[in-house]
Design a protein around this ligand. Structure first.
Ligand code: HEC
Length: 127
């Protein structure tokens, strides 16, 4: 009984430790600016159909800059998630912009944020 209790305690301590990631290791839009809702699976599908060609399937960057990792998080830390969605909707895909809907842009933001902060939850989403 006591052993079981310790196991649960150790488990929650481990969870607490991993849940508190250093600020430079997460994509955060700052306090009081929660990420607006978006369909992560739909965002993943558009990403893998279009965006990967320039940003790479693991978001690490190719012809376009990386959309994950410390340098990207630094650019966006404290800015508005809507700003990122607007950039995507107005300027991407860079060789053929203008056709993404507002919803798709927000779905892409949801995918980019999930890829950064909770990649393990992506298994089984999208096509
Ligand atoms: C033809 C190549 C190409 C495609 C396809 C493309 N991008 Fe880009 N992307 C770029 C380039 C080049 C830049 C940097 C110059 C600029 O911002 O216009 C960029 C910049 C970005 C940025 C800003 C990155 C930063 O550092 O802040 C985001 C976000 C982005 N792209 C998202 C997307 C998404 C989402 C898609 C798919 C809908 C996409 N891109 C498709 C080439 C591309």
């Amino acid at each position: 009984m006591i052993k079981f209790g310790m196991g649960v305690l150790a488990g929650s301590l481990l969870f607490a430790a991993t849940a508190v990631a250093a600020p430079q290791d997460v994509l955060s839009f700052g306090k009081g600016r929660p990420v607006p809702g978006g369909d992560v699976g739909a965002g993943k599908n558009i990403y893998n159909a279009v965006c990967w060609a320039c940003h790479e399937s693991d978001l690490s960057g190719y012809k376009g800059p990386p959309l994950t990792g410390k340098s990207f998080y630094k650019i966006w830390r404290g800015r508005k998630a809507d700003e990122l969605a607007d950039l995507i909707r107005n300027r991407m895909p860079q060789d053929d912009p203008g056709w993404l809907t507002d919803k798709s842009a927000h779905d892409l933001v949801a995918y980019i944020v999930t890829f950064a902060n909770r990649p393990e939850s992506l298994a089984g989403t999208g096509k």
